[in-house]
Design a protein around this ligand. Structure first.
Ligand code: SF4
Length: 480
């Protein structure tokens, strides 16, 4: 594939992909022309566009440790703590431009997680996954394709392990081993950026046992491979993306990551694209590393998105004449405190990162989990404060169509006027932005993206060193 450099290249590459995308029961021939898909494409395109801006080069690009060439940072393997910190700065920067998820970090994290784990698998089993993965990585770096990080399986009955499910396909698995490759079947759920990526890098969804070797699987698959089907996920206010006007809130970039269900119906994968196949003891390590690398991010992107919410809430207050009230100033200060707390967590886990045996750097896992856990709470609180500042009008405004209507438009302008000199349209636009950024799918993404809160609590049990904490307490209490 020709290297993708500009937004134009990226869009052209998606037009030529001819992957099987479904939206609301209909096959989409060209995802770049679909009004509900285009905002997500615009957000991901910024990961290409900003890399071409000289002022953002240090954050958006890196030097490949494989080729020595300048590459897009989203294809880089972290070589230092500074790389880990730059990742977070980059995510906040892009979030300021999009106000939404720009999707490409999931594949970035999958590349890093598989890289460091393939090395460890080879050390243990004398396999050749690492060398194969380095070749795959070089292809990703040189072509600059967008990769989906594919971890979450549908999982069916959560009380049952993969091999005990009534339908064995509820966890993605190998159904056939051949001399030239494997055949896989199953699905990956909530795949961020799925419909506008080129390839998917699959990983297991959880630790696997001896009898679950077929589920201990990592491999790369082009999204236009025969048997791959993508079904776009419906979001809150989905239809608004297809309407004229500003009711969608963020009309340019959407509000979440454009998640999709990706089905693998007996898909062939050549051996050179297989990086874990049956070494079940290593599945858990790969899952933990990917989860840590993605949880590391959340104070970067959600910190940036929160900055937009703070700005929008401050504008709503100004437009409504409440900006001078002390309780509004207090709420805005609290929102900023929460946003910076999220960001500090991401910076901290990056600063405390360390080198893995593969040479790739890895953030501190306990702090990365804490960061994501804070996101599951603070984003809801930031949204609550934004609603508080905005007033009930954020949920009861007329349509954009009413504002433009020749009969009732004058009433909308008259009765939605706020502070003197502020057009009703400006007030409505900022309130729509707040409404859509602070409700429904946008909040759920903060709760469950990169793993649900319980997944983070499990990590405290494993990494929190409770026994040491008890020893410190006993010593001070002078208990033998
Ligand atoms: Fe990247 Fe954040 Fe979206 Fe995850 S939620 S893909 S970290 S922008």
């Amino acid at each position: 594939m020709k290297s993708i450099t500009t937004k134009k290249d990226y869009i052209q590459s998606l037009k030529e992909l001819h992957h099987a995308v479904y939206y609301n029961g209909k096959r989409v021939e060209d995802v770049t022309e679909h009004p509900a898909l285009r905002p997500h494409i615009n957000a991901a395109a910024l990961t290409y566009e900003l890399a071409l801006c000289p002022e953002h080069e240090a954050l958006m690009t890196a030097v490949s440790h494989l080729s020595g060439k300048k590459i897009n940072r989203f294809t880089h393997i972290h070589q230092t703590v500074d790389d880990l910190i730059k990742k977070i700065q980059m995510l906040r920067l892009i979030a300021h431009e999009t106000g939404s998820c720009f999707q490409r970090c999931v594949g970035f994290d999958a590349l890093n997680a598989v890289y460091m784990t393939a090395y460890d698998i080879d050390q243990k089993y004398k396999t050749d996954y690492f060398e194969k993965f380095r070749k795959y990585l070089l292809h990703v770096q040189e072509s600059n394709v967008m990769v989906v990080g594919g971890m979450t399986d549908p999982k069916g009955d959560r009380s049952l392990s993969p091999s005990k499910q009534a339908d064995p396909d509820l966890f993605t698995r190998v159904v056939q081993r051949q001399s030239d490759g494997i055949v896989i079947r199953g699905a990956k759920a909530h795949m961020t950026g799925g419909i506008n990526s080129h390839e998917i890098l699959l990983m297991p969804t959880q630790a696997m046992k001896e009898d679950e070797k077929d589920y201990a699987l990592s491999c790369a698959v082009p999204l236009n491979a025969p048997g791959v089907i993508l079904i776009f996920g419906r979001q809150t206010n989905e239809e608004r993306k297809c309407e004229e006007g500003f009711d969608a809130g963020n009309t340019q970039f959407g509000l979440v990551g454009g998640e999709a269900l990706i089905v693998f119906e007996d898909v062939f994968v050549p051996w050179e694209n297989v990086f874990l196949c049956g070494e079940h003891e290593m599945a858990g390590l790969l899952v933990e590393r990917f989860a840590t690398l993605h949880r590391q991010n959340y104070g970067g992107c959600k910190g940036g998105v929160s900055d937009i919410m703070v700005g929008a809430s401050a504008l709503a207050a100004e437009y409504q004449g409440t900006a001078g009230a002390s309780h509004i100033k207090d709420k805005l200060a609290e929102m900023m405190h929460l946003a910076e707390t999220l960001y500090s967590g991401s910076v901290a886990c990056s600063a405390m990162g360390y080198k893995t045996p593969s040479g790739a750097y890895y953030p501190d896992p306990l702090l990365a989990n804490t960061t994501k856990h804070n996101v599951t709470r603070h984003i809801y609180e930031i949204a609550r404060l934004a609603h508080d500042i905005s007033g009930g009008i954020v949920a009861t405004m007329p349509f954009h169509g009413d504002l433009k209507n020749s009969e009732v438009g004058r009433y909308v302008k008259k009765y939605l006027a706020g502070a003197q000199g502020v057009p009703a349209e400006s007030r409505m636009k900022i309130l729509r932005l707040i409404e859509n950024m602070s409700g429904g799918t946008a909040l759920v993404e903060s709760m469950h993206g990169a793993g649900s809160p319980q997944a983070q609590k499990v990590m405290y049990g494993r990494l929190g060193n409770l026994e040491q904490k008890k020893r410190w307490a006993k010593r001070l209490a002078q208990i033998d």
